[in-house]
Design a protein around this ligand. Structure first.
Ligand SMILES: Cc1cc2nc3c(=O)[nH]c(=O)nc-3n(C[C@H](O)[C@H](O)[C@H](O)COP(=O)(O)OP(=O)(O)OC[C@H]3O[C@@H](n4cnc5c(N)ncnc54)[C@H](O)[C@@H]3O)c2cc1C
Length: 248
């Protein structure tokens, strides 16, 4: 099976994000970028399919040189090859998808896995754009995947339940939490990843359809209130929850 996994980099969730001086981007000083957590799930799923059925796993990432760390993590988990589509331009879901489609359209992909969303910009559009550009079947937000030959059975999370869908390869599938537990890279995997040089390809995704015009932090939360430390505080607490917070 020829599997591609699209991976993006996101700020470490422990990082305190600040808007940069231009008010449109994040201040990257001291920001630690990591492999998007949903993309770790996608990499893990690709490795499990490869281990069960044979084949090759290639990770693809669009961005500047800082994405190389993200690519290295996926290689250390066990991906065979990597493609870095290099750009420092502003990118959005459609331009990133166009660039990936352009690079892999002639590589006969059977399955393309992505994360459900990037946990920074969260637009959740990339997988659908990519499927449309390649004219592949698309399944979004998969929590279980079974593959028999070229038939794919997916469980999707829906409000209050799950939906089971069936489709055929080639397909693009976006992966949701619960699909699997991603493995940690082993020392052997980390060492092996150092010998796998990502193929660098120039960006051919055109311009972004959307541009960020403003990035603002949410207003600071008011300080907490200590009503009391024993049972005598309960009536005042109930009163505040009812009349001030209006949650009961
Ligand atoms: C000036 C500028 C520079 C940027 N540089 C980078 C960068 O260097 N690296 C970066 O990752 N993002 C970068 N971004 C973020 C960029 O917005 C996203 O890559 C792109 O817009 C998709 O984000 P999304 O929220 O629409 O993705 P979603 O649709 O929420 O993402 C869903 C899935 O699509 C895949 N995906 C998303 N983005 C990429 C990507 N870039 N490459 C491969 N697969 C992807 C992943 O599997 C992800 O889980 C940059 C944005 C701007 C404005």
């Amino acid at each position: 099976m020829n599997i591609f996994v699209c991976v993006s980099q996101v700020p470490d969730t422990a990082t305190r994000i600040k808007p940069a001086a231009d008010g449109k981007s994040i201040d990257k000083t001291d920001v630690n970028f990591i492999l998007n957590p949903y993309d770790e799930i996608a990499v893990e799923q690709a490795l499990r399919f490869k281990e069960a059925q044979g084949g090759e796993v290639t990770v693809v990432s669009v961005g500047d040189d800082t994405v190389l760390n993200t690519i290295r993590k996926a290689l250390a988990m066990g991906a065979d090859k990597a493609i870095h589509i290099k750009t420092s331009d502003e990118i959005d879901g459609i331009s990133a998808a166009r660039a990936v489609a352009d690079v892999i359209k002639n590589s006969n992909p059977d399955l393309i896995l992505t994360g459900k969303e990037s946990v920074d910009t969260n637009s959740g559009q990339f997988a659908t754009f990519l499927g449309a550009l390649l004219d592949f079947n698309v399944v979004n937000v998969a929590v279980k995947l079974d593959l028999t030959g070229t038939q794919l059975r997916a469980e999707r999370e829906i409000e209050g339940g799950k939906e089971v869908v069936e489709t055929s390869l080639p397909a693009v599938v976006s992966c949701q939490k619960g699909l699997n537990e991603p493995r940690l890279p082993t020392l052997k995997g980390i060492m092996a990843s150092k010998t796998k040089k990502p193929e660098e390809i120039a960006f051919n995704g055109g311009s972004a359809y959307t541009t960020i015009s403003e990035l603002v932090k949410p207003p600071a939360k008011p300080a907490g209130k200590i009503v009391g430390a024993d049972l005598s505080a309960v009536p005042a607490l109930v009163d505040l929850l009812h009349n001030e917070a209006k949650v009961i």
